[in-house]
Write a protein that binds this ligand. Structure first.
Ligand SMILES: *Cc1c(COP(=O)(O)O)cnc(C)c1O
Length: 370
């Protein structure tokens, strides 16, 4: 079959990843690559590593590492590899992904302190300041940038200033935001920032990546609590082997990711993509408002990546029914994950455009059965 003849997806994924990708991203997966050959290592992997550092607005003081698995594997690789055995991690949590950071840390027997500010609030900055002043044992602080549970964007610049003023290592899970909003990683002072292939860069699932301050990463040799998820070893092999992965690399996914980065550049870079996501978000929210469906978060806390809406309160409303109706009309939405409210979610990221959002609103309007 000619790739041009491959039928379009039956529906658009309005989810936080995997998400809808362009046909051209899928097309480049139609050839096979040798994981040990220079065509792949130098021609694809090394180029991606350099591009990632540029996308994070970092100088050569930073490096990047690619890691097999979904995003969580890269988070676990980072937490498990950068904290020394006597380290202590402060987790700022306000949703399921923040809780997962604490779960990973606890599972690895790392001493862990959790500040849970609740699902609809930013982290408590005064508590952060006083904790770092009083608890000298804390060595690292971690926070989620866009908490995908609600769609909340956490203030990493403000948090970074406090963390760095106490000279702690700062880790950010920017899984659902990296590539979709400008992040000045070096200026903020982030030591390790984590994301994955299948979110705002608009690639397909299969690996994650870590952008790290070299000085911080170089000190972590031998810290890892896992062999396969050893961030330092993975980096060292990639660095010394000029793009070599330690174990089988997800070659097709990686090649698709390079294409996705080209397409991000063609779009005009992160700033332009951010504008598109913001426009997707406002078309969505305006349209929903007219239908009487309101957002969980105030606009001031909201990211443009994914939005939580209150389920309509009518007794006739049923999420599953709503979901099936929209799916049959070409849109897959996402259930809610918030524990304090009855919600559903709609993602704006991926190969999705304002025009799609207008169509979605029209379909929602026609689907109202409550
Ligand atoms: C998607 C996501 C992850 C990783 O999830 P995986 O299912 O492992 O890819 C981690 N943190 C956040 C904030 C996310 O949105």
């Amino acid at each position: 079959m000619n790739p041009k003849d491959i039928p379009d997806n039956p529906y658009l994924l309005l989810t936080p990843g995997p998400l809808s990708t362009s046909k051209t991203v899928k097309e480049v997966m139609l050839r096979d690559w040798c994981t040990w050959d220079d065509d792949y290592n130098l021609g694809v992997v090394q180029k991606i590593r350099t591009k990632l550092i540029q996308l994070a607005s970092c100088s050569e003081a930073y490096t990047s590492v690619l890691m097999q698995g979904s995003g969580t594997f890269s988070v676990e690789a980072t937490i498990g590899s950068v904290l020394p055995s006597h380290g202590k991690l402060l987790v700022l949590a306000n949703g399921a992904y923040g809780k997962r950071l604490a779960q990973i840390s606890n599972r690895l027997n790392i001493e862990t302190v959790v500040h849970d500010s609740g699902e609809v609030n930013h982290p408590d900055m005064e508590l952060l300041e006083s904790t770092l002043q009083q608890d000298q044992g804390i060595t690292h602080v971690v926070v989620v940038h866009c908490e995908t549970t609600t769609g909340m964007l956490n203030p990493i610049e403000k948090i970074g200033r406090v963390v760095k003023s106490h000279n702690k290592i700062f880790i950010v899970d920017a899984m659902s935001s990296f590539g979709g909003i400008p992040i000045d990683v070096e200026k903020i002072g982030i030591d390790f920032i984590i994301s994955s292939a299948n979110k705002c860069i608009q690639g397909v699932p299969g690996f994650g990546f870590i952008i790290a301050k070299k000085e911080a990463l170089e000190k972590t040799k031998g810290f890892a609590r896992s062999l396969a998820l050893d961030l330092y070893d993975q980096w060292k092999t990639m660095e010394d082997g000029h793009g070599k992965w330690r174990y089988t690399s997800p070659t097709h996914t990686v090649r698709a990711f390079m294409q996705a980065i080209h397409e991000l550049e063609e779009e005009g870079g992160i700033e332009k993509r951010y504008e598109r996501y913001q426009e997707n978000h406002s078309v969505l929210v305006e349209g929903m408002k007219k239908l009487g469906i309101t957002c969980l978060l105030p606009e001031s806390l909201q990211s443009p990546f994914i939005t939580s809406f209150y389920n309509p309160s009518s007794g006739k409303y049923d999420f599953k029914e709503f979901y099936e109706r929209l799916k049959s009309k070409g849109f897959v939405i996402y259930p809610g994950k918030v524990s304090v409210a009855d919600t559903f979610r709609i993602g704006n990221i991926g190969h999705v455009f304002p025009d799609d959002m207008h169509k979605l609103i029209k379909q929602i309007e026609e689907s109202v059965f409550w």
